[in-house]
Design a protein around this ligand. Structure first.
Ligand SMILES: NC(=O)c1ccc[n+]([C@@H]2O[C@H](COP(=O)([O-])OP(=O)(O)OC[C@H]3O[C@@H](n4cnc5c(N)ncnc54)[C@H](O)[C@@H]3O)[C@@H](O)[C@H]2O)c1
Ligand SMILES: [Zn+2]
Length: 361
């Protein structure tokens, strides 16, 4: 098992990456001393796949367990579901010392983390991420949230878990589209921070897509280290460091929203966003055409989209315009200066943005 520290001043914790390690979570929790009564928030599908190992391991160590299930999918990341969960926990809570286990992908992690942050002004929780995306991204860094009908992640908090327990063995049940989505974010880490990781993915994408466990373990480990370092440098996104994680996300989010969160999955939209961001970087004189081609190549090799389909340029721009930060006044883009390094640039002219989007329409 690999342990990666997230060295925050007040809320330090560890990311523990193992393979078939769910059974051992109880041992870890015992040493954390965060309570005896575990409320496991998950969905029925993940419970069937991985619930038993978690529950058995906890019971062996003397924990009581209660499982609260929510329906699968982003719709469960709502205020309504969050408050239903809090009511259930409140009824269960008397005379207990409850903590929460988020067992699932990013939806469960964000939702359960938000419940933990809000209930009684905060109770301990742990992240047990079971998707590739959740293991390399959403479970680390303490951003927890639920969606409102008008927009995603609008109600939330920075609330750090007590541990992130990543079992890469759980990734064997993911389908290829989910692996591809996670790889899109892993490529992002390569571009913003680590040339070696970028080339590792470029060379090993086939094995990774096939679910090669050693390869996935390596990528999860490296991405977790990178995210931990970035979060440690800028826990609450106030120092301009954490913003680099948004590479490809400005346009990517707009594409995702323009497709009504249905046509493109997050990693796919981010891949298109990274293509556009690389183009803007090139037009701004920051990034060479060889690097732009390398970025496009690895995304294509992974099987991520090459063209923005079924979405009109105006739609993307309208959504970005609503995000006042980006078009009126000073827009801000994270741009690459080489593979492994980025910088933030403001006031990118609209024609440059449009030209870059047009290249991928
Ligand atoms: N908090 C953050 O910093 C952050 C960062 C990125 C994304 N997010 C959020 O994460 C969410 C997306 O996360 P996601 O991509 O994990 O989606 P998800 O949580 O919806 O999971 C995707 C699907 O995989 C299933 N699944 C989970 N584990 C599985 C397993 N081991 N085997 C097979 N299937 C499994 C789920 O039931 C679901 O159907 C979004 O809501 C996004 O906003 C948060
Ligand atoms: Zn993302």
């Amino acid at each position: 098992m690999k342990t990666i520290p997230v060295p925050l001043k007040e809320n330090a914790y560890k990311i523990v990456i193992g393979n078939n390690s769910l059974l051992k979570l109880g041992v870890q929790l015992k040493s954390l001393k965060i309570g005896q009564d575990a409320v496991i928030i998950t969905n029925p599908f993940i419970k069937r796949l991985h619930g038993k190992a978690v529950i058995e391991g906890l019971k062996e160590k003397g924990f009581t367990t209660k499982v609260l299930e929510v329906p699968d999918g982003e719709k469960s990341k709502s205020a309504k579901v969050a408050f239903q969960l809090m009511e259930m926990i409140a009824k269960y809570d008397c005379l207990k010392k409850v903590f929460i286990i988020a067992l699932g992908g990013g939806v469960i992690g964000d939702l359960a983390g938000y419940v933990a942050a809000a209930y009684k002004r905060g109770i301990p929780y742990v992240q047990v991420p079971t998707t590739f995306l959740a293991q390399i991204d959403s479970s680390i860094g303490g951003k927890v949230a639920v969606d409102l009908p008008v927009g995603k992640n609008l109600v939330g908090a920075f609330y750090q878990p007590k541990v992130v327990w990543s079992d890469t063995g759980t990734l064997s049940t993911l389908d290829e589209r989910q692996i591809r989505n996670g790889l899109s974010e892993a490529v992002k880490y390569g571009i913003i921070y680590d040339k070696k990781l970028f080339h590792y993915i470029a060379q090993n994408y086939q094995e990774l897509l096939e679910g090669n466990s050693k390869g996935l373990h390596h990528v999860v480990t490296r991405c977790s280290q990178i995210k931990a370092e970035i979060v440690a440098a800028d826990e609450k996104e106030t120092r301009g460091v954490r913003v680099i994680l948004n590479f490809g996300h400005t346009i990517g989010h707009a594409i995702e929203a323009a497709g009504k969160y249905d046509y493109y999955q997050h990693g796919e939209a981010v891949a298109l966003g990274m293509r556009v961001a690389a183009d803007i970087s090139h037009q701004s004189g920051l990034l060479g055409s060889v690097e732009v081609a390398q970025i496009n190549q690895v995304l294509s090799d992974i099987g991520l989209p090459e063209k923005i389909q079924k979405i009109r340029m105006e739609n993307i721009l309208t959504i970005m315009k609503h995000d006042k930060k980006f078009i009126t006044g000073k827009n801000r883009f994270v741009l690459a200066t080489q593979i492994g390094k980025v910088k933030v640039l403001e006031n990118i002219p609209l024609p440059v943005i449009k030209k870059a989007i047009q290249t991928y329409m």
